[in-house]
Design a protein around this ligand. Structure first.
Ligand SMILES: [Fe+2]
Ligand SMILES: [Fe+2]
Length: 300
């Protein structure tokens, strides 16, 4: 089973419609004018899509922030750009990021779902999708229309996610939890994550400590990592980074992750754009990640 994990594409467009500039979007547009446009290289998109396509993965997982200010035209542009990868909705899972819920209007009108709703098995979160007889994605949505970039997994969704794992029989041997917000980050990114964290991440981590070995696929922090957080020892936390990010420091090469699952093992590679060409950076190989028994799932 080969999975491509992509995130934080951040399609942006200039808008001069003053009605659209009102309210929170004005903050977003100001941010856009001062930095986003320089930060995300849309002209790289076609090459990224071609690279992902060439991998011919069994499944494509996109963990949010397809847009910048959740404008309809940004969603449409993202959909069009990703078009060559979206031919079979059964082989693509897409979750929203906080930028895809940027305004309360975009939440109310279900702007994300209108364009990308076909790429999830249900019309609300959480959902569990089986990729094969032993692999499944559990998707969470902790985004909210909020002035800050912080998120929160709503109580009812949290409850349903716990129930879903308890009641799915047989329980997937290779569990992938997908959420735009990481629950933990490597030390180099912890202060950045703190400012824009999922505010109940500690509660979510406490729950995940008991679900047994799993991959946790996220985005939000624009850096790629494969990390074993001490908060959740049986988790392999994977962050895909941002594929269009301009990276003047060379410390956050833009790209995406290729995840190979074979029996109990997982291998993760980062396809990184160096500015000149693509390079493949091995991130982790764990031969027995899914070898141990699932954690004791108890109701609380
Ligand atoms: Fe982002
Ligand atoms: Fe984000």
């Amino acid at each position: 089973m080969k999975i491509v994990h992509l995130s934080d594409i951040h399609i942006w467009r200039y808008s001069i419609n003053p009605v659209k500039l009102w309210g929170k979007r004005a903050v977003g547009m100001a941010e856009l004018f001062t930095g986003r446009a320089k930060k995300f290289r849309l002209e790289r998109m076609e090459d990224v899509v071609e690279r992902v396509k060439s991998i011919n993965a069994d499944h494509l997982l996109i963990t949010g922030d397809l847009t910048t200010t959740a404008m309809r035209r940004e969603f449409e542009q993202a959909r069009e750009a990703l078009g060559p990868l979206l031919g079979d909705p059964d082989r693509v899972s897409i979750l929203p990021g906080n930028h895809d819920r940027y305004t309360s209007r975009s939440v109310r009108t279900r702007a994300f779902e209108r364009v990308f709703g076909a790429f999830s098995p249900g019309d609300s979160f959480p959902w569990l999708r089986h990729l094969d007889e032993r692999t499944a994605i559990l998707a969470l949505d902790a985004t909210r229309a909020h002035l800050s970039a912080t998120g929160r997994l709503p109580d009812d969704q949290f409850h349903q996610a716990r129930e879903l794992l308890l009641t799915t029989d047989p329980r997937p041997k290779r569990l992938i939890v997908a959420c735009h917000y990481p629950v933990a980050a490597p030390e180099a990114y912890q202060s950045e994550l703190r400012k824009k964290r999922m505010v109940n991440a500690a509660d979510v981590a406490r729950w995940l400590r008991r679900v047994g070995p799993h991959l946790y696929c996220s985005g939000h922090v624009h850096a790629a990592w494969a990390h074993r957080p001490h908060e959740v020892p049986e988790q392999l936390s994977l962050n895909a980074g941002a594929p269009l990010l301009r990276d003047p420091t060379g410390r956050r090469p833009p790209g995406f992750l290729e995840i190979d699952l074979t029996e109990q093992s997982v291998t993760v590679k980062h396809h990184a754009w160096t500015g000149m060409d693509w390079s493949i950076m091995p991130m982790v190989t764990d031969l027995r990640l899914f070898g141990s028994e699932a954690g004791s799932l108890v109701r609380d």
